[in-house]
Design a protein around this ligand. Structure first.
Ligand SMILES: [Fe+2]
Length: 250
């Protein structure tokens, strides 16, 4: 199944264009030893990407500009999510896929796997305008959501499935006592600021404050992935998601 997809793209982009995608799909236990040890729990690692667990926005103009746009719109985006929570109450549980102590990780999805949530998006004109302005960097087959970490929440250390997309966190409300650790690097959030990290590295998050921590999380392509690879990975991960019954973390 994969060979058909990859040979089609090899004839379009050149024989070596899909080498890393082949390697990702055929990784052996021996290959796995060459991964960074903090990526051991991930399932699909595209090889030879940067091993930066946390990326600095200023190193990537597209992320740095998006971070600036978020900063400019922060108060309007914050008012939209707070108004929505006032009207609709406690959001749905994230579930956590086995990584959560308790049930205090809540989410408001704006988009699931490339499709806007029709009942939700009319409440978020500013937020959706911001998200649309980020279209060129978005990974199209994961969810876009406000992540609401309630007091006492603890997402325990885990690796996400892959390094093909990374997390772009926009900090909407960040009480002190909230944080996130990726590998050995701890991030302390500041409202209005944006953070970029590779969730294939072991990470955990917590809220030890008495208030909700609210982030807008955009899944974005890892900046080291080429456009032909993006084309292949979009097809491959869409199929993997179908096969896994549409689970959001695939
Ligand atoms: Fe995660």
């Amino acid at each position: 199944m994969w060979n058909e997809i990859l040979s089609k793209l090899e004839s379009k982009y050149g024989q070596s264009s899909m080498n890393r995608v082949h390697k990702m799909l055929t990784e052996t236990p021996k290959d796995k030893k060459s991964r960074h040890p903090w990526q051991n729990g991930a399932k699909y690692i595209l090889p030879n990407l940067s091993e930066r667990m946390v990326m600095e926005l200023e190193d990537y103009p597209e992320f740095s500009q998006a971070g600036d746009r978020f900063g400019d719109k922060h108060s309007r985006i914050r008012d939209e999510i707070l108004g929505y929570l006032d009207r609709t109450g406690r959001p749905e549980t994230h579930g956590g896929y086995g990584t959560l102590e308790g049930d205090q990780w809540r989410v408001v999805f704006l988009n699931r796997i490339g499709r806007d949530e029709a009942k939700v998006v009319p409440s978020f004109p500013e937020t959706m305008g911001y998200i649309r302005s980020c279209a060129p960097i978005l990974y199209p087959i994961a969810g876009i959501s406000f992540s609401v970490l309630e007091p006492g929440a603890h997402i325990t250390p885990h690796c996400d499935r892959t390094n093909v997309f990374i997390h772009f966190h926009q900090s909407v409300i960040a009480p002190s006592g909230c944080g996130l650790k990726v590998g050995d690097r701890e991030l302390v959030f500041e409202e209005k600021k944006s953070y970029l990290f590779d969730p294939s590295f072991v990470h955990e998050a917590w809220n030890r404050s008495a208030y909700n921590r609210i982030h807008l999380i955009l899944p974005v392509w890892h900046p080291g992935i080429t456009h032909p690879e993006r084309e292949a990975l979009t097809e491959i991960f869409s199929i993997l998601r179908e096969l896994s019954g549409g689970r959001m973390e695939a």
